[in-house]
Design a protein around this ligand. Structure first.
Ligand code: OGA
Ligand code: NI
Length: 362
């Protein structure tokens, strides 16, 4: 049963009771939302500059939607590379991942978040049997001045056997299937993007560098009493090579338009997958492909879910501008950094827009 309002109103020490309910007991913002609260707790109130002001949104702008039904058609490769340079974001349709697989992944996500807090909390930082499986709320509650209106489960993929043993049964199969079935399109996109950088052959070591590790997250953004005062996810860019994101039909993801700094909505498109360039690819391409800032707004009337897969280098890989990119004499703008150090740097701070990539700037 959902906890009642009394649970969080009948309090002697508001700050510690809040923290106990949301963080320690694992009710998360979903639990908070389901108590029926009518005003946003102060912990979620974001500074003015972090809220999304609707006048900064240009509604007629849109990221490209690319049809991959015949990827060898002239122009498709160029469209992909241009989108990665100009927008850093695009949607793909007819991508070969069966629609039923997408539906199953979303249903797996809903099934996990429907579990009682006590069950989900078995995977929290303090309780999880493995650091490859982590249930949590907000982004990094210890580092953040204001919290984000989001709960998540984050799963670092090691092997099918490890996933069978450790991932929650409620969502394991649907998510594994989605990961497996989306691998081909990820490879196809990377091949196209690499060709434009004069990387004509992706051998095993290059493949490992580009996509040697993967993390799948499931996100839950519950109904929020004051969405205008908070964020679902604050401004950030991903630390991945590529992120492939499945969203439901609610909407709320916004991306920065590099040309005028405005924000563009990424509308839900039935059957589509959202693709974005992450920092690792921006660095490897020496800035040619753009890892663009994005954010999620909270919603007053609907719960939203999303399922990003972060396709990453391996933690022990050194990332830097690719030799093929620098072969013609282009000056590197990024240095070579250990990928796990880069990721640590990302998690040490709250979401801060494009701040992470400075870590690798020369
Ligand atoms: C992320 C992210 C967007 C979304 O998890 O990095 O940007 O729509 N998510 O949930
Ligand atoms: Ni992101």
């Amino acid at each position: 049963m959902a906890p009642t309002l009394a649970v969080i109103n009948n309090i002697t020490n508001p700050a510690s009771d809040f923290s106990d309910f949301v963080l320690t007991k694992g009710h998360g913002v979903k639990g908070l939302s389901e108590t029926g609260i009518e005003t946003l707790p102060k912990q979620y109130i974001q500074p003015l500059e972090e809220r999304l002001c609707m006048t900064k949104i240009i509604p007629e702008n849109a990221i490209p939607i690319i049809d991959l039904s015949d990827p060898n058609t002239t122009g498709v490769a160029d469209t992909i590379c241009n989108a990665a340079e100009r927008w850093g974001f695009f949607q793909i349709v007819n991508h070969g991942v069966p629609l039923q697989v997408l539906e199953n992944a979303k249903e797996a996500t809903r099934r996990f978040f429907r579990l009682p807090a006590q069950e989900k909390n078995k995977y929290s930082k303090d309780n999880s049997p493995s650091n490859t499986v982590r249930y949590g709320t907000s982004f990094s509650p210890q580092a953040e001045k204001a919290l984000e209106w989001k709960d998540y489960l984050s799963l670092f993929y090691v092997s099918d056997d490890e996933a069978s043993a450790l991932w929650p049964a409620a969502c394991r199969d649907g998510l594994l299937e989605y990961m497996r079935k989306s691998e081909a399109v990820v490879k196809q996109l990377l091949k196209v993007l690499m060709e434009k950088l004069n990387v004509t052959e992706i051998d095993k070591s290059k493949e490992d560098l580009l996509m040697g590790s993967r993390r799948i997250n499931i996100n839950y953004y519950p109904i929020c009493p004051n969405p205008e005062l908070t964020v679902g996810v604050g401004r950030h860019s991903d630390v991945s090579t590529l992120t492939i994101l499945l969203q439901d039909d609610i909407g709320g993801l916004y991306v920065r338009d590099l040309q005028d700094n405005s924000w563009i909505h990424v509308p839900p498109v039935e059957g589509s997958i959202v693709i974005n360039v992450g920092d690792a690819l921006q660095i490897m391409s020496n800035g040619r492909y753009k890892s663009v800032e994005h954010r999620v707004v909270a919603n007053r009337s609907k719960n939203r879910i999303s399922v990003p897969i972060f396709v990453n280098p391996r933690p022990h890989d050194i990332i830097g501008p690719l030799p093929e990119v620098l072969a013609s004499g282009e000056q590197p703008i990024y240095k070579r950094v250990l990928y796990s150090d880069y990721v640590k740097h990302f998690f040490r701070k709250s979401h801060d827009g494009k701040g992470t990539v400075d870590y690798a700037k020369i």
